[in-house]
Write a protein that binds this ligand. Structure first.
Ligand code: DAH
Length: 367
């Protein structure tokens, strides 16, 4: 910047001459008009409106003019700069909306185009039924309990009144974990979760335990070495067989609808006394006289087998640290695989375990 000089003639200061200011302005305006992208505009802004632009330099020269000359020169430069800034702003808006239009056009998605739908899978009916059963009981205030599939022999058998020499111990064909001295088995039923629960909680206890169990059965249309059960256990003061019946009837109605009921047949389980096999009213023919004879689901019985149950044997309570003089309870165990195959008329149990998506999809909920 030149030093103030009272004898200075603005007309002689080249950058401030009217024609020069006009030229710089026009040069800037045509550069602005020629910019087609925001990137180009950025450069134009630096070149023509930035701190080092000719116009900014001219502006600085004003200070060097004698006071009487500053006004006119200031106005001239100010107007030119105003015009440039105005043009820059207007062009920026134009370029922005043009770029937006291009982006919108290029990113348009034609939602009507066909595409390859990738099947991601479907919920397995065993998962669905386990969650459904848990929901029914949780709604009554019960809790879901779990236990390991590799289980201590003592919890799987002894705690449930199946001592080493108990004849019923051989009723369940057991997978032993090696070495045998480890006294571990693949649990043959979900009942050890009963023992685990009583050993770790104080009554009142209301738990439901769905899970996988193992027995040394050959895999065929009606047997599988891995299958699923759901166990229920209630321990409280004054519980009886009547509470068991009411609970199971409610359970049956929650799964199969109003009018469902269960029936008990006397049976034997070491962990319950008395014990019962429970049947479910056939959900197809409802044991109606004119339909039952022809019914394929219950094979004319009017009832389908559902599981075992009973009043918890006091010996089990004692083994698991519950005082039988204060508390009593009931328990039940249901096979889930058969519940599904009979409910949906699935002839071959192996369909449940093949993992074929074509089998699981019709059960509804897709993932
Ligand atoms: N654990 C038995 C089984 O696998 C089923 C069962 C029967 C469970 C009676 C129970 C029960 O809780 O009370 O065959």
């Amino acid at each position: 910047m030149s030093a103030p000089n009272s004898s200075y003639d603005p007309v002689e200061v080249t950058p401030l001459r009217a024609d020069e200011v006009e030229r710089m302005r026009d040069e800037a305006l045509s550069a602005i008009a020629a910019a087609h992208t925001l990137e180009e505009l950025k450069q134009v802004r630096i070149d023509h409106a930035g701190d080092r632009s000719p116009m900014a330099l001219a502006n600085r020269e004003i200070g060097a003019l004698p006071p009487q000359a500053r006004k006119e020169a200031g106005q001239r430069v100010g107007q030119a700069r105003g015009a440039i800034n105005h043009a820059l702003a207007a062009r920026t808006t134009e370029v922005e909306s043009a770029e937006e239009e291009v982006a919108l056009a290029s990113e348009t998605v034609d939602v009507t185009l066909p595409w390859d739908v990738e099947a991601v899978g479907a919920r397995h009916p065993l998962t669905t039924i386990q969650e459904h059963v848990a929901d029914i009981f949780v709604a009554m205030g019960w809790e879901v309990a779990e236990g390991p599939e590799v289980e201590a022999e003592w919890l799987n058998f002894d705690a449930l009144n199946l001592g080493p020499d108990h004849p019923a111990r051989t009723m369940q064909d057991t997978f032993w974990v090696t070495p045998e001295s480890a006294a571990m088995v693949l649990r043959t039923h979900t009942s050890p979760v009963q023992a685990r629960t009583m050993l770790t909680r104080e009554p009142p206890i209301y738990v439901i335990c769905p899970g996988r169990v193992y027995r040394t059965d050959e895999l065929d249309a009606t047997h599988s070495p891995v299958f699923h059960q759901v166990e229920g256990l209630a321990i409280d003061k004054g519980l009886s067989m009547a509470h068991l019946k009411g609970t199971l009837d409610h359970f049956a109605q929650a799964i199969y609808g109003d009018g469902m009921t269960t029936r008990f047949r006397p049976s034997y389980f070491p962990f319950t006394e008395p014990s019962a096999e429970m049947d479910l009213l056939c959900y197809v023919c409802h044991n109606e006289p004119d339909a039952v004879a022809e019914c394929r689901t219950c094979k004319g019985e009017g009832w389908v087998e559902w599981g075992g149950c009973g009043v918890v044997n006091p010996r089990v309570l004692i083994a698991c640290g519950v005082d039988p003089d204060v508390y009593s309870g009931f328990a039940f165990g249901i096979g889930l695989d058969r519940t599904i195959t009979s409910r949906y008329d699935i002839a071959d149990l192996r369909d449940l375990f093949d993992g074929d998506i074509r089998f699981t999809e019709p059960f509804g909920v897709e993932l």
